[in-house]
Design a protein around this ligand. Sequence first.
Ligand SMILES: *[C@@H]1O[C@H](CO)[C@@H](O)[C@H](O)[C@H]1NC(C)=O
Ligand SMILES: *[C@@H]1O[C@H](CO)[C@@H](O)[C@H](O)[C@H]1NC(C)=O
Ligand SMILES: *[C@@H]1O[C@H](CO)[C@@H](O)[C@H](O)[C@H]1NC(C)=O
Ligand SMILES: *[C@@H]1O[C@H](CO)[C@@H](O)[C@H](O)[C@H]1NC(C)=O
Ligand SMILES: *[C@@H]1O[C@H](CO)[C@@H](O)[C@H](O)[C@H]1NC(C)=O
Length: 403
Amino acid sequence: MGKSATSLVVCLLLSFYPLAAVAASATAEDRANKSSTPGFLWSTAKEKSDLLAAIDPDDDYAVDGDASGEFAGGFSSLEGMLQWAIGHSDPEKLKDKANDAQRLSPAELNKRQLEIKELMEKLKMPSDAELMKIAINDLNNSSISLEDRQRALNELLILVEPIDNANDLDKLGGLVVVVRELVNPEPEIRTTSAWILGKASQNNALVQNQILALGVMTRLMKMVKSSYTEEAIKALFAISSLIRNNENGQELFFSENGSLMLQDIMSNISIDIRLQKKAVLLVADLVDYQLERAGGAKDAVVTDRLFLKAVVDLTSSNDLDLQEKALLAIKSLLQLPSTDALDFKNFCDLEKVLERLNDQLGKIKKQDDYYDEEIKSLIREIHIIFHRKLDKHAGFMGSNLED
Ligand SMILES: *[C@@H]1O[C@H](CO)[C@@H](O)[C@H](O)[C@H]1NC(C)=O
Ligand SMILES: *[C@@H]1O[C@H](CO)[C@@H](O)[C@H](O)[C@H]1NC(C)=O
Ligand SMILES: *[C@@H]1O[C@H](CO)[C@@H](O)[C@H](O)[C@H]1NC(C)=O
Ligand SMILES: *[C@@H]1O[C@H](CO)[C@@H](O)[C@H](O)[C@H]1NC(C)=O
Ligand SMILES: *[C@@H]1O[C@H](CO)[C@@H](O)[C@H](O)[C@H]1NC(C)=O
Protein backbone atom coordinates (compact mmCIF):
# COMPACT_ATOMS: atom_id res chain seq x y z
CA MET A 1 0.00 0.00 0.00
CA GLY A 2 2.76 2.42 0.92
CA LYS A 3 4.38 1.81 -2.39
CA SER A 4 1.12 2.26 -4.17
CA ALA A 5 0.44 5.61 -2.57
CA THR A 6 3.97 6.77 -3.22
CA SER A 7 3.83 5.89 -6.86
CA LEU A 8 0.44 7.38 -7.22
CA VAL A 9 1.74 10.69 -5.99
CA VAL A 10 4.71 10.41 -8.28
CA CYS A 11 2.47 9.83 -11.21
CA LEU A 12 0.06 12.56 -10.32
CA LEU A 13 2.86 15.01 -9.84
CA LEU A 14 4.13 13.97 -13.16
CA SER A 15 0.90 15.02 -14.77
CA PHE A 16 1.31 18.47 -13.29
CA TYR A 17 4.98 18.96 -13.78
CA PRO A 18 6.12 16.98 -16.79
CA LEU A 19 9.66 18.28 -16.33
CA ALA A 20 9.83 17.31 -12.71
CA ALA A 21 9.72 13.56 -13.10
CA VAL A 22 12.95 13.05 -11.24
CA ALA A 23 12.08 15.60 -8.65
CA ALA A 24 8.78 13.99 -8.01
CA SER A 25 10.13 10.56 -7.34
CA ALA A 26 12.89 11.91 -5.13
CA THR A 27 10.40 13.93 -3.13
CA ALA A 28 8.13 10.98 -2.71
CA GLU A 29 10.98 8.81 -1.46
CA ASP A 30 12.01 11.40 1.07
CA ARG A 31 8.52 11.36 2.31
CA ALA A 32 8.15 7.65 2.37
CA ASN A 33 10.80 7.59 5.08
CA LYS A 34 9.00 10.19 7.13
CA SER A 35 5.68 8.46 6.87
CA SER A 36 4.36 7.81 10.34
CA THR A 37 1.24 5.84 9.56
CA PRO A 38 2.26 2.40 8.42
CA GLY A 39 1.23 1.66 4.90
CA PHE A 40 0.37 5.20 3.97
CA LEU A 41 2.08 8.20 2.65
CA TRP A 42 1.10 11.18 4.70
CA SER A 43 2.53 14.63 4.40
CA THR A 44 4.76 15.95 7.13
CA ALA A 45 3.72 18.69 9.48
CA LYS A 46 6.19 21.08 7.91
CA GLU A 47 4.23 20.83 4.73
CA LYS A 48 1.01 21.68 6.44
CA SER A 49 1.41 25.36 5.81
CA ASP A 50 2.17 24.66 2.16
CA LEU A 51 -1.00 22.68 1.96
CA LEU A 52 -3.04 25.40 3.55
CA ALA A 53 -1.50 27.93 1.23
CA ALA A 54 -2.15 25.75 -1.77
CA ILE A 55 -5.87 25.69 -1.17
CA ASP A 56 -7.79 28.79 -2.06
CA PRO A 57 -8.38 30.51 1.24
CA ASP A 58 -10.96 32.94 -0.01
CA ASP A 59 -13.45 30.70 -1.67
CA ASP A 60 -16.75 32.08 -0.69
CA TYR A 61 -19.47 30.68 -2.78
CA ALA A 62 -17.38 30.23 -5.85
CA VAL A 63 -17.26 26.62 -6.80
CA ASP A 64 -13.64 25.75 -7.27
CA GLY A 65 -12.54 24.99 -10.79
CA ASP A 66 -12.85 21.35 -11.62
CA ALA A 67 -9.23 20.30 -11.74
CA SER A 68 -10.14 16.75 -12.62
CA GLY A 69 -11.26 17.75 -16.08
CA GLU A 70 -7.68 18.13 -17.17
CA PHE A 71 -6.94 14.54 -16.32
CA ALA A 72 -10.02 12.93 -17.67
CA GLY A 73 -7.84 10.63 -19.73
CA GLY A 74 -5.93 9.19 -16.83
CA PHE A 75 -7.50 9.62 -13.45
CA SER A 76 -11.14 10.34 -13.93
CA SER A 77 -12.38 8.45 -10.91
CA LEU A 78 -9.93 9.93 -8.46
CA GLU A 79 -10.92 13.50 -7.92
CA GLY A 80 -10.34 13.50 -4.21
CA MET A 81 -7.11 11.60 -4.45
CA LEU A 82 -5.90 13.97 -7.06
CA GLN A 83 -6.59 17.00 -4.98
CA TRP A 84 -4.97 15.27 -2.09
CA ALA A 85 -1.84 14.76 -4.13
CA ILE A 86 -1.84 18.36 -5.27
CA GLY A 87 -2.04 19.42 -1.67
CA HIS A 88 0.88 17.22 -0.77
CA SER A 89 3.22 18.45 -3.43
CA ASP A 90 5.88 20.81 -2.23
CA PRO A 91 6.15 23.62 -4.78
CA GLU A 92 9.53 24.85 -3.53
CA LYS A 93 11.17 21.46 -3.67
CA LEU A 94 9.66 20.74 -7.03
CA LYS A 95 10.97 23.98 -8.42
CA ASP A 96 14.50 23.24 -7.22
CA LYS A 97 14.53 19.78 -8.62
CA ALA A 98 12.75 20.70 -11.81
CA ASN A 99 15.96 22.47 -12.73
CA ASP A 100 17.83 19.17 -12.46
CA ALA A 101 15.15 17.49 -14.48
CA GLN A 102 15.53 19.99 -17.23
CA ARG A 103 18.93 18.53 -17.98
CA LEU A 104 17.26 15.36 -19.17
CA SER A 105 16.45 15.18 -22.82
CA PRO A 106 12.81 15.17 -23.83
CA ALA A 107 13.18 11.56 -24.89
CA GLU A 108 14.55 10.59 -21.50
CA LEU A 109 11.75 12.39 -19.75
CA ASN A 110 9.22 10.75 -21.96
CA LYS A 111 10.63 7.34 -21.20
CA ARG A 112 10.52 8.01 -17.49
CA GLN A 113 6.99 9.21 -17.71
CA LEU A 114 5.98 6.01 -19.47
CA GLU A 115 7.77 3.87 -16.92
CA ILE A 116 5.95 5.50 -14.08
CA LYS A 117 2.67 5.26 -15.88
CA GLU A 118 3.17 1.54 -16.39
CA LEU A 119 4.01 1.14 -12.75
CA MET A 120 0.85 3.01 -11.88
CA GLU A 121 -1.31 0.70 -13.88
CA LYS A 122 -0.06 -2.31 -11.96
CA LEU A 123 -1.02 -0.80 -8.66
CA LYS A 124 -4.30 -0.92 -6.90
CA MET A 125 -5.22 2.48 -5.65
CA PRO A 126 -7.10 3.20 -2.43
CA SER A 127 -10.54 4.70 -2.85
CA ASP A 128 -11.49 8.08 -1.46
CA ALA A 129 -13.75 6.33 1.01
CA GLU A 130 -10.82 4.30 2.30
CA LEU A 131 -8.70 7.41 2.68
CA MET A 132 -11.51 9.16 4.51
CA LYS A 133 -11.94 6.20 6.85
CA ILE A 134 -8.27 6.33 7.78
CA ALA A 135 -8.39 10.06 8.49
CA ILE A 136 -11.61 9.69 10.50
CA ASN A 137 -10.16 6.80 12.46
CA ASP A 138 -7.14 8.94 13.33
CA LEU A 139 -9.32 11.83 14.46
CA ASN A 140 -11.31 9.41 16.61
CA ASN A 141 -8.15 8.30 18.37
CA SER A 142 -7.50 10.44 21.42
CA SER A 143 -3.87 9.34 21.68
CA ILE A 144 -2.59 10.56 18.33
CA SER A 145 -0.28 13.54 18.27
CA LEU A 146 -1.42 17.04 17.48
CA GLU A 147 0.59 16.89 14.29
CA ASP A 148 -1.18 13.74 13.12
CA ARG A 149 -4.52 15.25 14.03
CA GLN A 150 -3.83 18.33 11.93
CA ARG A 151 -2.66 16.11 9.10
CA ALA A 152 -5.83 14.00 9.20
CA LEU A 153 -7.90 17.19 9.07
CA ASN A 154 -5.90 18.55 6.14
CA GLU A 155 -6.56 15.34 4.28
CA LEU A 156 -10.28 15.44 4.96
CA LEU A 157 -10.36 19.05 3.84
CA ILE A 158 -9.33 17.94 0.38
CA LEU A 159 -11.25 14.70 0.32
CA VAL A 160 -14.63 16.30 1.09
CA GLU A 161 -14.55 18.53 -1.95
CA PRO A 162 -16.23 16.15 -4.40
CA ILE A 163 -19.91 16.04 -3.53
CA ASP A 164 -20.07 12.24 -3.34
CA ASN A 165 -17.36 12.24 -0.71
CA ALA A 166 -19.12 15.00 1.24
CA ASN A 167 -22.28 12.91 1.16
CA ASP A 168 -20.39 9.92 2.58
CA LEU A 169 -18.84 11.85 5.43
CA ASP A 170 -21.69 11.46 7.89
CA LYS A 171 -22.14 7.75 7.11
CA LEU A 172 -18.48 7.16 7.91
CA GLY A 173 -18.80 8.98 11.24
CA GLY A 174 -16.75 11.89 9.92
CA LEU A 175 -19.01 14.79 10.82
CA VAL A 176 -19.13 13.88 14.49
CA VAL A 177 -15.36 13.65 14.81
CA VAL A 178 -14.78 16.90 12.91
CA VAL A 179 -17.39 18.79 14.93
CA ARG A 180 -15.69 17.55 18.07
CA GLU A 181 -12.52 19.34 16.97
CA LEU A 182 -14.30 22.72 16.98
CA VAL A 183 -13.52 22.88 20.70
CA ASN A 184 -9.93 21.72 20.42
CA PRO A 185 -7.61 24.00 22.44
CA GLU A 186 -5.46 24.53 19.34
CA PRO A 187 -6.77 27.37 17.16
CA GLU A 188 -5.36 25.84 13.99
CA ILE A 189 -7.18 22.58 14.59
CA ARG A 190 -10.43 24.48 15.19
CA THR A 191 -9.84 26.53 12.06
CA THR A 192 -9.34 23.54 9.77
CA SER A 193 -12.37 21.81 11.29
CA ALA A 194 -14.62 24.80 10.54
CA TRP A 195 -13.15 24.92 7.06
CA ILE A 196 -14.02 21.27 6.44
CA LEU A 197 -17.61 21.85 7.58
CA GLY A 198 -17.87 24.83 5.24
CA LYS A 199 -16.44 22.95 2.29
CA ALA A 200 -18.55 19.85 2.84
CA SER A 201 -21.82 21.79 3.17
CA GLN A 202 -21.26 24.19 0.29
CA ASN A 203 -24.25 23.94 -2.06
CA ASN A 204 -25.22 20.66 -0.41
CA ALA A 205 -28.54 20.69 1.43
CA LEU A 206 -28.12 17.15 2.74
CA VAL A 207 -24.81 17.87 4.43
CA GLN A 208 -26.00 21.30 5.59
CA ASN A 209 -28.81 19.66 7.53
CA GLN A 210 -26.62 16.88 8.87
CA ILE A 211 -24.17 19.42 10.28
CA LEU A 212 -26.86 21.79 11.58
CA ALA A 213 -28.44 18.84 13.41
CA LEU A 214 -25.21 18.50 15.39
CA GLY A 215 -25.86 21.91 16.95
CA VAL A 216 -22.79 23.74 15.73
CA MET A 217 -24.26 27.23 15.22
CA THR A 218 -23.53 28.68 18.66
CA ARG A 219 -20.01 27.32 18.60
CA LEU A 220 -19.24 28.66 15.12
CA MET A 221 -20.61 32.09 16.02
CA LYS A 222 -18.34 32.15 19.00
CA MET A 223 -15.41 31.27 16.76
CA VAL A 224 -16.23 34.23 14.50
CA LYS A 225 -15.29 36.42 17.46
CA SER A 226 -11.91 34.73 17.82
CA SER A 227 -8.86 36.96 18.06
CA TYR A 228 -7.15 34.49 15.72
CA THR A 229 -8.22 35.96 12.39
CA GLU A 230 -8.02 32.75 10.37
CA GLU A 231 -10.35 31.05 12.80
CA ALA A 232 -12.86 33.89 12.55
CA ILE A 233 -12.74 33.81 8.76
CA LYS A 234 -13.18 30.05 8.43
CA ALA A 235 -15.96 30.03 11.00
CA LEU A 236 -17.87 32.69 9.07
CA PHE A 237 -17.20 30.75 5.89
CA ALA A 238 -18.71 27.66 7.53
CA ILE A 239 -21.76 29.60 8.73
CA SER A 240 -22.30 31.08 5.27
CA SER A 241 -22.12 27.64 3.65
CA LEU A 242 -24.44 26.11 6.22
CA ILE A 243 -27.23 28.66 5.97
CA ARG A 244 -27.13 29.53 2.30
CA ASN A 245 -30.56 28.74 0.82
CA ASN A 246 -31.31 26.83 4.01
CA GLU A 247 -34.30 28.12 5.91
CA ASN A 248 -33.71 26.03 8.98
CA GLY A 249 -30.10 27.20 9.13
CA GLN A 250 -31.08 30.83 8.72
CA GLU A 251 -33.62 30.59 11.52
CA LEU A 252 -30.95 29.22 13.81
CA PHE A 253 -28.60 31.98 12.77
CA PHE A 254 -31.12 34.77 13.37
CA SER A 255 -32.23 33.31 16.68
CA GLU A 256 -28.61 33.60 17.80
CA ASN A 257 -28.59 37.29 16.88
CA GLY A 258 -26.75 36.69 13.64
CA SER A 259 -27.72 40.10 12.26
CA LEU A 260 -26.05 41.80 15.17
CA MET A 261 -22.93 39.72 14.66
CA LEU A 262 -22.76 40.80 11.03
CA GLN A 263 -23.37 44.42 11.97
CA ASP A 264 -20.54 44.30 14.52
CA ILE A 265 -18.15 42.97 11.91
CA MET A 266 -19.15 45.48 9.24
CA SER A 267 -19.01 48.50 11.52
CA ASN A 268 -15.74 47.73 13.28
CA ILE A 269 -12.91 49.40 11.39
CA SER A 270 -10.22 47.37 13.12
CA ILE A 271 -11.60 44.08 11.84
CA ASP A 272 -9.84 42.21 9.06
CA ILE A 273 -11.18 43.25 5.67
CA ARG A 274 -11.58 39.63 4.52
CA LEU A 275 -14.01 39.07 7.36
CA GLN A 276 -15.92 42.21 6.39
CA LYS A 277 -16.19 41.00 2.81
CA LYS A 278 -17.59 37.67 3.94
CA ALA A 279 -20.04 39.43 6.24
CA VAL A 280 -21.42 41.80 3.61
CA LEU A 281 -21.60 38.99 1.07
CA LEU A 282 -23.67 36.99 3.54
CA VAL A 283 -25.95 39.99 4.08
CA ALA A 284 -26.66 40.24 0.35
CA ASP A 285 -27.18 36.50 0.21
CA LEU A 286 -29.64 36.42 3.09
CA VAL A 287 -31.59 39.38 1.74
CA ASP A 288 -31.75 37.86 -1.74
CA TYR A 289 -33.10 34.66 -0.27
CA GLN A 290 -35.76 36.69 1.51
CA LEU A 291 -36.63 38.57 -1.68
CA GLU A 292 -36.97 35.34 -3.63
CA ARG A 293 -39.39 33.89 -1.16
CA ALA A 294 -41.41 37.14 -1.17
CA GLY A 295 -43.06 37.31 2.21
CA GLY A 296 -43.89 34.71 4.80
CA ALA A 297 -40.44 34.88 6.35
CA LYS A 298 -40.63 34.07 10.02
CA ASP A 299 -37.20 35.40 10.80
CA ALA A 300 -35.24 37.79 8.69
CA VAL A 301 -32.27 40.07 8.57
CA VAL A 302 -32.80 42.76 11.17
CA THR A 303 -32.81 45.93 9.14
CA ASP A 304 -32.78 48.78 11.60
CA ARG A 305 -30.96 51.90 10.56
CA LEU A 306 -27.73 51.07 12.38
CA PHE A 307 -27.51 47.87 10.39
CA LEU A 308 -28.18 49.72 7.13
CA LYS A 309 -25.59 52.34 7.96
CA ALA A 310 -22.99 49.67 8.67
CA VAL A 311 -23.50 48.36 5.13
CA VAL A 312 -23.60 51.78 3.44
CA ASP A 313 -20.47 52.94 5.26
CA LEU A 314 -18.47 50.06 3.80
CA THR A 315 -18.68 51.79 0.42
CA SER A 316 -16.12 54.30 1.69
CA SER A 317 -13.52 51.54 1.87
CA ASN A 318 -10.46 51.86 -0.33
CA ASP A 319 -10.83 48.24 -1.24
CA LEU A 320 -12.75 48.15 -4.51
CA ASP A 321 -13.93 44.60 -4.01
CA LEU A 322 -15.40 45.43 -0.62
CA GLN A 323 -16.94 48.55 -2.14
CA GLU A 324 -18.65 46.52 -4.84
CA LYS A 325 -19.90 43.87 -2.43
CA ALA A 326 -21.37 46.61 -0.23
CA LEU A 327 -23.14 48.15 -3.23
CA LEU A 328 -24.66 44.80 -4.12
CA ALA A 329 -25.91 44.41 -0.56
CA ILE A 330 -27.40 47.93 -0.63
CA LYS A 331 -29.20 47.16 -3.87
CA SER A 332 -30.78 44.09 -2.28
CA LEU A 333 -31.61 45.80 1.00
CA LEU A 334 -33.39 48.64 -0.83
CA GLN A 335 -35.73 46.10 -2.38
CA LEU A 336 -36.80 44.68 0.96
CA PRO A 337 -40.23 46.03 1.94
CA SER A 338 -39.10 46.08 5.58
CA THR A 339 -36.36 48.65 5.04
CA ASP A 340 -37.26 52.31 5.35
CA ALA A 341 -36.44 54.65 2.46
CA LEU A 342 -35.97 57.52 4.88
CA ASP A 343 -33.38 55.58 6.85
CA PHE A 344 -31.33 55.33 3.69
CA LYS A 345 -31.91 58.99 2.87
CA ASN A 346 -31.49 60.68 6.22
CA PHE A 347 -29.54 58.33 8.43
CA CYS A 348 -27.24 56.73 5.85
CA ASP A 349 -27.00 59.73 3.52
CA LEU A 350 -27.24 57.40 0.56
CA GLU A 351 -27.72 60.20 -1.97
CA LYS A 352 -24.37 61.78 -1.05
CA VAL A 353 -22.66 58.42 -0.88
CA LEU A 354 -23.72 57.60 -4.44
CA GLU A 355 -22.62 61.01 -5.68
CA ARG A 356 -19.24 60.63 -4.04
CA LEU A 357 -18.73 57.21 -5.57
CA ASN A 358 -19.63 58.53 -8.99
CA ASP A 359 -17.18 61.41 -8.64
CA GLN A 360 -14.48 59.00 -7.54
CA LEU A 361 -14.97 56.88 -10.63
CA GLY A 362 -14.56 59.93 -12.85
CA LYS A 363 -11.35 60.98 -11.13
CA ILE A 364 -9.43 57.80 -10.60
CA LYS A 365 -8.37 56.97 -14.11
CA LYS A 366 -5.99 54.22 -13.16
CA GLN A 367 -8.85 51.88 -12.37
CA ASP A 368 -9.67 49.49 -15.11
CA ASP A 369 -12.53 50.42 -17.37
CA TYR A 370 -14.42 47.21 -17.01
CA TYR A 371 -14.60 47.65 -13.28
CA ASP A 372 -15.61 51.29 -13.67
CA GLU A 373 -18.47 50.39 -15.97
CA GLU A 374 -19.63 47.66 -13.64
CA ILE A 375 -19.71 49.99 -10.67
CA LYS A 376 -21.25 52.82 -12.65
CA SER A 377 -24.19 50.73 -13.76
CA LEU A 378 -24.57 49.37 -10.24
CA ILE A 379 -24.73 52.91 -8.88
CA ARG A 380 -27.30 53.84 -11.53
CA GLU A 381 -29.46 50.87 -10.62
CA ILE A 382 -29.26 51.68 -6.93
CA HIS A 383 -30.18 55.27 -7.66
CA ILE A 384 -33.29 54.21 -9.54
CA ILE A 385 -34.40 51.69 -6.92
CA PHE A 386 -33.72 54.18 -4.16
CA HIS A 387 -35.82 56.91 -5.75
CA ARG A 388 -38.62 54.54 -6.57
CA LYS A 389 -38.66 53.56 -2.92
CA LEU A 390 -38.68 57.20 -1.81
CA ASP A 391 -41.57 57.98 -4.18
CA LYS A 392 -43.49 55.03 -2.92
CA HIS A 393 -42.93 56.22 0.61
CA ALA A 394 -44.08 59.75 -0.24
CA GLY A 395 -47.13 58.33 -2.02
CA PHE A 396 -47.92 56.23 1.00
CA MET A 397 -47.62 59.23 3.32
CA GLY A 398 -49.84 61.23 0.95
CA SER A 399 -52.59 58.65 0.91
CA ASN A 400 -52.39 58.50 4.69
CA LEU A 401 -53.02 62.23 4.88
CA GLU A 402 -56.00 62.00 2.60
CA ASP A 403 -57.66 59.38 4.77
C1 LIG B 1 15.22 5.69 4.32
O1 LIG B 1 15.63 5.09 5.53
C2 LIG B 1 16.52 4.02 5.36
C3 LIG B 1 16.77 3.38 6.72
O2 LIG B 1 16.30 4.19 7.77
C4 LIG B 1 17.82 4.53 4.72
O3 LIG B 1 18.74 3.48 4.52
C5 LIG B 1 17.48 5.18 3.39
O4 LIG B 1 18.63 5.77 2.82
C6 LIG B 1 16.41 6.25 3.58
N1 LIG B 1 15.99 6.74 2.30
C7 LIG B 1 15.89 8.03 2.04
C8 LIG B 1 15.43 8.38 0.67
O5 LIG B 1 16.09 8.92 2.86
C1 LIG C 1 -4.33 5.29 18.37
O1 LIG C 1 -3.12 5.94 18.17
C2 LIG C 1 -2.04 5.31 18.85
C3 LIG C 1 -0.84 6.22 18.68
O2 LIG C 1 -0.63 6.58 17.35
C4 LIG C 1 -1.85 3.93 18.27
O3 LIG C 1 -0.81 3.27 18.94
C5 LIG C 1 -3.13 3.13 18.42
O4 LIG C 1 -3.01 1.88 17.77
C6 LIG C 1 -4.29 3.87 17.82
N1 LIG C 1 -5.53 3.18 18.12
C7 LIG C 1 -6.41 2.85 17.17
C8 LIG C 1 -7.64 2.19 17.65
O5 LIG C 1 -6.23 3.07 15.97
C1 LIG D 1 -14.69 6.17 17.69
O1 LIG D 1 -14.27 5.33 18.72
C2 LIG D 1 -15.29 4.82 19.54
C3 LIG D 1 -14.68 3.98 20.62
O2 LIG D 1 -13.65 4.68 21.26
C4 LIG D 1 -16.24 3.99 18.71
O3 LIG D 1 -17.34 3.59 19.50
C5 LIG D 1 -16.76 4.82 17.55
O4 LIG D 1 -17.55 4.03 16.70
C6 LIG D 1 -15.61 5.42 16.77
N1 LIG D 1 -16.12 6.30 15.75
C7 LIG D 1 -15.67 6.28 14.51
C8 LIG D 1 -16.26 7.28 13.59
O5 LIG D 1 -14.79 5.54 14.15
C1 LIG E 1 -29.94 38.48 21.34
O1 LIG E 1 -30.02 39.86 21.65
C2 LIG E 1 -31.02 40.17 22.60
C3 LIG E 1 -31.12 41.67 22.77
O2 LIG E 1 -30.06 42.34 22.20
C4 LIG E 1 -30.68 39.48 23.91
O3 LIG E 1 -31.68 39.75 24.87
C5 LIG E 1 -30.58 37.98 23.69
O4 LIG E 1 -30.16 37.35 24.86
C6 LIG E 1 -29.60 37.66 22.57
N1 LIG E 1 -29.64 36.25 22.27
C7 LIG E 1 -28.57 35.52 22.14
C8 LIG E 1 -28.78 34.08 21.83
O5 LIG E 1 -27.44 35.98 22.24
C1 LIG F 1 -13.40 45.58 16.97
O1 LIG F 1 -12.54 44.54 16.56
C2 LIG F 1 -11.40 44.41 17.38
C3 LIG F 1 -10.47 43.42 16.72
O2 LIG F 1 -11.13 42.23 16.44
C4 LIG F 1 -11.85 44.03 18.78
O3 LIG F 1 -10.74 43.88 19.61
C5 LIG F 1 -12.79 45.09 19.31
O4 LIG F 1 -13.32 44.67 20.57
C6 LIG F 1 -13.93 45.34 18.37
N1 LIG F 1 -14.67 46.51 18.80
C7 LIG F 1 -15.98 46.45 19.02
C8 LIG F 1 -16.62 47.74 19.44
O5 LIG F 1 -16.62 45.42 18.92
